[in-house]
Design a protein around this ligand. Structure first.
Ligand SMILES: [Zn+2]
Length: 450
C-alpha cells in the first residue's frame, strides 16, 4: 500500500514568497517540508482565477473539459449571469441568492463538465477514503444536507467533507469558519478540522485548502502578503504536524504535495472593460480581477474580430484571444498570432511575440475550447485590474487572472511522492498514479508547447 497523501493548496502564494520564506527560516513548517522534498515551479491555467484553477487541480483537466470559465460568466443555456464571488458588490449585482447557490452548489452539481472526474470520485471509486477541507471543487458521491439555512439543497462530496462550516461529514468541534475572515478564521477552521482528521488518520488522501493567503494578498499586495500571511499559512501546516506527534512523525505517515493555484501581481490602476464595448447591442462583458470574458448574445450585430479591434490601444488590455476558422487568434497591440494543435505540437503563423507567456498555447487553447467561455477572452496588462460587475477592485493591493508570469507561476513542493508536476493540471493524475489508479483519458492528451 502506498503512503497516504496530503495535498496542501495555498491560494495565491507566489513562488518567490515560498522561496524567501524557506530561505529566511521564517516559516518553519514549510522549511521542514522543503528540506525533505523536491521543489520546482509549475504553471496555472487561464484565466488564472480560483474557481478555474481549483477545478483544474481537482480534475486534472483544463477549462475545455471542466467547463468552468471564470469567476463570472454568461450561462447561454439559462440566459443569465453566473458569479462565484468576485466581491460582495459583484454578488449583489448578479443577485445574491442565485450567486450563493451557484458558488456553493451549482458549480459542482451543474456547471462542472460531465466528462470531468474529480480526484475524490476517482480515488473513492478505487476503494480509497478521501477528505476535502474547504476546496471549492469537491464533487463526490456522498450526500450532505446543509447545516445552515443559507443553502437549501444537499451537496455531494467525498466521504470526509468539510466546507466552511456549511457542510460537514463529521462533528469536529471546529469553530465557525467565517466569524473573522480578515483575521484568518477560515484557515483556523481548516486547521482545526485538519488536526481532527490527522489525529484519527481518517483518510488515505486529504486536500487541505488554505484560502487566507490570497485574501491578504488581494488587500495588501503580494509583497506585503509574504510578510503578513505566510506565518498563518505556516501555522496551519504546523497544526497537521502537531496532530501527528511532530514533523518527522507526520512524514512517516504521509507523502505531501504543497502548491498554490495561481500567483498574484501588484495592482496600480483599474479600468472598466465594459467601456470598451459601450453602445454595442447584444454584447455581455464579464470582467473579474485581471481577466475578462466578452460574450456575443443572439442577435448581436458585430463579430468577434471587431470586438478584438475595439481594445487595441486600451492600456488595461494586454492580449485578447478568440477562435476564427478553427484557429486560435491572439491579438496584442494590433499584431496577431494564429495557432492550432498539429501533431503533438502547434502550427503557428504571425507574430510569435504576441503570446510569450508561460505555457501560453496550451492555456489559451483550453480556455477557448470551453463551451462556457466568451467569444473574446481578455488578459490584462501587468499593473492593471478590470473592475468587476459591482465595481469592486484591488487597486493598491494584488490580483491575478491573466496570462502574465506573475499571475501564472506557482510553487510546487513534493515530499515522498515520485512526481514533478509542471502544470497544476498534472497534480491530479500524479495523485492517482501514486495510488496506482488510472488517470482519466483527457489527462493523457495534453499538447506540449513547441
Ligand atoms: Zn484571488
Amino acid at each position: 500500500m502506498p503512503k497516504k497523501l496530503v495535498q496542501i493548496v495555498v491560494d495565491g502564494m507566489t513562488p518567490s514568497a515560498l522561496e524567501h520564506a524557506v530561505a529566511s527560516g521564517r516559516a518553519p513548517a514549510l522549511s521542514f517540508l522543503a528540506a525533505n522534498g523536491a521543489y520546482g515551479q509549475a504553471v496555472s491555467v487561464f484565466p488564472s482565477l480560483t474557481p478555474v484553477c481549483l477545478s483544474s487541480i481537482a480534475t486534472g483537466a483544463g477549462p475545455d473539459v471542466h467547463e468552468i470559465p471564470s469567476l463570472v460568466w454568461w450561462h447561454r443555456g439559462e440566459q443569465r449571469i453566473v458569479e462565484y464571488g468576485s466581491s460582495f458588490a459583484a454578488l449583489r449585482a448578479a443577485g445574491m441568492t442565485q450567486a450563493i447557490t451557484d458558488t456553493i452548489l451549482n458549480m459542482n452539481q451543474r456547471h462542472l463538465g460531465a466528462r470531468a472526474v474529480t480526484v475524490f470520485e476517482a480515488l473513492e471509486d478505487a476503494g480509497l477514503t478521501t477528505a476535502a477541507v474547504n476546496i471549492t471543487c469537491y464533487r463526490g458521491r456522498h450526500r450532505y444536507p446543509p447545516k445552515v439555512p443559507l443553502v437549501r439543497r444537499a451537496a455531494y462530496g467525498p466521504s470526509r467533507f468539510f466546507y466552511y462550516s456549511l457542510f460537514e461529514s463529521d462533528r469536529t468541534g471546529a469553530k465557525l469558519a467565517v466569524r473573522n475572515r480578515s483575521g484568518g478564521s477560515v484557515d483556523v477552521y481548516a486547521a482545526e478540522v485538519g488536526r481532527w482528521l490527522v489525529t484519527r488518520d481518517g483518510f488515505d488522501f486529504l486536500v487541505y485548502y488554505l484560502s487566507d493567503y490570497d485574501y491578504v494578498s488581494h488587500a495588501h499586495g503580494p509583497a506585503r502578503a509574504a510578510e503578513v500571511a505566510l506565518a498563518r499559512t505556516d501555522a496551519a501546516v504546523e497544526a497537521l504536524f502537531d496532530a501527528a506527534g511532530g514533523p518527522d512523525e507526520f512524514l512517516d505517515r504521509y507523502a505531501v504535495i504543497l502548491h498554490s493555484d495561481h500567483g498574484q501581481t501588484e495592482v496600480r490602476q483599474v479600468a472598466r472593460l465594459e467601456d470598451s464595448f459601450a453602445g454595442l447591442d447584444g454584447v455581455f462583458v464579464a470582467p473579474s480581477n485581471r481577466a475578462g470574458q466578452v460574450y456575443l448574445l443572439p442577435g448581436a450585430r458585430t463579430d468577434v474580430a471587431a470586438l478584438a479591434r475595439r481594445v487595441d490601444g486600451v492600456p488595461a488590455v494586454e492580449v485578447t484571444l478568440r477562435l476564427e476558422d478553427g484557429d486560435a487568434v491572439a491579438r496584442r497591440a494590433g499584431e496577431e498570432l494564429r495557432f492550432r494543435p498539429d501533431g503533438g505540437g502547434w502550427a503557428t503563423s504571425g507574430d510569435a511575440s504576441v503570446l510569450d507567456h508561460p505555457d501560453a498555447f496550451n492555456r489559451a487553447w483550453s480556455a477557448l475550447a470551453n463551451p462556457n467561455a466568451g467569444e473574446l477572452l481578455v488578459s490584462a496588462r501587468e499593473g492593471w485590474e478590470l473592475a468587476d460587475l459591482g465595481g469592486s477592485h484591488h487597486a493598491g493591493g494584488g490580483s491575478h487572472g491573466s496570462l502574465v508570469a506573475g499571475d501564472s507561476l506557482v510553487p510546487m513542493l513534493t515530499v515522498g511522492i515520485d512526481a514533478a508536476p509542471e502544470r497544476i493540471t498534472d497534480v491530479m493524475p500524479s495523485v492517482l498514479a501514486h495510488f496506482g489508479v488510472e488517470p482519466p483519458p483527457y489527462a493523457r492528451q495534453l499538447q506540449h508547447v513547441g
